[in-house]
Design a protein around this ligand. Structure first.
Ligand SMILES: Cc1cc2nc3c(=O)[nH]c(=O)nc-3n(C[C@H](O)[C@H](O)[C@H](O)COP(=O)(O)O)c2cc1C
Length: 225
């Protein structure tokens, strides 16, 4: 399976089979979470069985059913948001390859996360992971013309279009897709930006992960500015 196949197959899933992730799947997740901790410099914890973190009162958006396993990111006041998105989405795509399903959760019962939270820090965001009742479905997306710019002449290079498809398929909070990617006139230098605030930096990290994996898979010679 290619990275693009995995990216195309991933959708947020909000209805699970009500059992925790186990066995080899759990071990693989543990590895991915440990990588995110070390390489991303993050406090990220895998909680095997805690449905309580997904139980919300009065929630209008995104109620998760039957999810028991969670990945919990603990941080000080949004300081590590982009890294959380970037490394969290790596875990999401590894979970997808394992045949698991996921959903990022900005809204969770943070106090019931069962994660160890040091003084002065808080649960920033949670990812639900488990065996979905379905594999989810495609959703609306902004068109590429809105999401990116090519500053050179002529059509967009094929590798950039592929990487942009991956960016377009990236999950963002409330499907906001508030990011913009620019390919400079040299045809290899890329910038990615998002407005400040809310979940935008987490979303940007997620989008950059998708773009990067897909661009690298094409074998293109490219770099972030
Ligand atoms: C940072 C972030 C926070 C999110 N928070 C929630 C949430 O609290 N509840 C929910 O149901 N979905 C949440 N989502 C999932 C988005 O709604 C979903 O990614 C978006 O609608 C696009 O759909 P897709 O993931 O199926 O492509 C979140 C996604 C991201 C990236």
């Amino acid at each position: 399976m290619t990275v693009m196949d995995t990216i195309r197959a991933r959708h947020s899933v909000r209805d699970y089979l009500n059992r925790p992730v186990e066995g080899e799947d759990f071990a693989a997740l543990e590895g991915a979470v440990a990588d995110a901790g070390v390489a991303g410099g993050l406090n990220v914890q895998l909680v095997r069985d805690n449905p309580e973190v997904f139980k919300l009162f009065l929630a209008r958006y995104g109620v998760i059913k039957g999810a028991r396993t969670s990945i919990v990111f603990v941080a000080r006041d949004g300081e590590q948001d982009e890294a959380i998105g970037y490394w969290g989405e790596r875990i999401v795509l590894i979970a997808q390859e394992l045949g698991l399903n996921t959903c990022w959760q900005a809204m969770s019962a943070r106090k019931k996360s069962k994660a160890e939270v040091p003084e002065g820090e808080d649960v920033r965001i949670v990812i639900a992971v488990g065996y979905g009742k379905t594999r989810g479905k495609p959703r609306k997306t902004k068109p590429l013309e809105v999401l990116c710019t090519f500053e050179g002449t002529g059509p967009m290079p094929a590798w950039f279009e592929t990487a942009m498809e991956a960016a377009q398929l990236a999950p963002t909070g409330m499907n906001s897709q508030k990011f913009h990617i620019t390919l400079r006139a040299d045809g290899r230098t890329v910038t990615a930006e998002a407005p400040e605030g809310g979940l935008n930096a987490i979303n940007l990290g997620i989008v950059k992960r998708h773009f990067e994996l897909a661009a690298d898979e094409t074998g293109a010679d490219w770099a972030w500015e």
